[in-house]
Design a binder for this molecule. Sequence first.
Ligand SMILES: Cc1cc2nc3c(=O)[nH]c(=O)nc-3n(C[C@H](O)[C@H](O)[C@H](O)COP(=O)(O)OP(=O)(O)OC[C@H]3O[C@@H](n4cnc5c(N)ncnc54)[C@H](O)[C@@H]3O)c2cc1C
Length: 455
Amino acid sequence: MPDADTFTEPAEPVTGWGRTAPTVARVLRPRSYEEAAEAVRACGARGGIARGLGRAYGDAAQNAGGDVLDMTALARIRSIDAEAGVVVCDAGVSLHRLMEVLLPLGWFVPVTPGTRYVTVGGAIGADIHGKNHHVSGSFGRHVRAFDLLTADGTIRTVVPGTDLFDATTGGMGLTGVILSATVQLLPVETSLMSVDTERAADLDDLMARLTANDHGYRYSVAWIDLLARGAATGRAVLTRGDHAPYDALPRRARRDPLAFRPGRLPAAPALLPEGLLSRATVGLFNELWYRKAPRHRTGELQRLSAFFHPLDGVPHWNRVYGRGGFVQYQFVVGYGREDTLRRIVRRIARRGCPSFLAVLKRFGEGDPGWLSFPMPGWTLALDIPAGLSGLGAFLDELDEEVAGAGGRVYLAKDSRLRPDALRAMYPRLPDFLALRAELDPRAVFTSDLSRRLSL
Ligand SMILES: Cc1cc2nc3c(=O)[nH]c(=O)nc-3n(C[C@H](O)[C@H](O)[C@H](O)COP(=O)(O)OP(=O)(O)OC[C@H]3O[C@@H](n4cnc5c(N)ncnc54)[C@H](O)[C@@H]3O)c2cc1C
């Protein structure tokens, strides 16, 4: 049984990583599966939602005036099969922790996003993708089973190929609370990456390079300069690579080939002077970033952290956008809809959105999750300060372009999509809603995102 303190916490501020919709909620921190079940049973009229490390940018892991189940105290690694590369762990374990424990054993997480400070529960809830989506699919494809606490307080073991599995991978916590998961890992010989870098002069050049030989790399992503205009529109720096084999390591690194040593810089300042992230300053940053990248370099050895998670080296970097926070806009449009991508990139460039974190990537096959984001096509993600004037109307227009091309916006990044746009983007939404109505008729699992999108 939980101790009395578990359910008497006062309301606390809760926000997503983009800090755009701060709110308050009662935050419960279950330390056992029993406490989690008790917390779900005790949810008030405004329901509750599971939360991991709060790296979703928008309002997916918050619940204004209701309960939030912070799952990070449930963080045990329960077993590791070092022969087969299978880990069983609580949902609150972070990918960072898994890397610390598993890399020395020669195993890596099958999919990692641009930060390793996400939990396994959050990785399944958003069915996250990484730079290897074109080869490996999303996180859910590597999950062999998970235990799900549903609204009736029961715990069900859920396996791939079932409706409940497909509704939960990408279901944004709305089918229940994932308590633990069994995940298949990727074998690696070293903790270094072998990376090729090249510059692309414009968007067409970039798409041609990605199309020509992305399949030759396990990981691939392009940083794109969305402020460049005219002939340089869409110029980019493309980085692709794979885990370095032992033989590629210099003698010094062979002594400890699987060492995991992420670097850390000082925390970002709480608030930068207003206006620092203007079109001019970000334009200058982008210019320098583009010019400093090698035109063409192959086989550079990089730490995992530098290749996958450069921003994790700067704690609280999300504060640089100032008080208003920032919106991350990520969409995908299918292959054959390159004209839509070109049009959107041109519109963003003309609009002068001061975005220095913009990446373009090719997705592989779509994933089985009913609300999973990836589908075969081009995905573009960019950060935009929330205070930019006219931003809401501008992004609504982009939503229309995306939906019109059969594409979709990523819910783990979203804080502003409208319900009608969601319906147009996710064809399996009716199945999701039907399953949710049956599984959780009182909508115990509710978030600000689910209220906003009528999910
Ligand atoms: C710098 C940065 C880079 C990123 N890069 C990528 C990327 O490359 N690819 C990508 O796909 N995403 C990316 N993301 C988004 C991030 O991977 C997802 O939002 C992820 O879900 C965050 O995990 P979390 O543990 O912080 O979960 P939270 O943000 O706390 O929650 C996210 C969702 O998962 C649900 N959830 C959390 N725990 C559980 C649980 N135990 N049971 C059921 N549901 C649960 C929540 O209800 C919520 O709907 C990035 C985020 C940041 C900040």
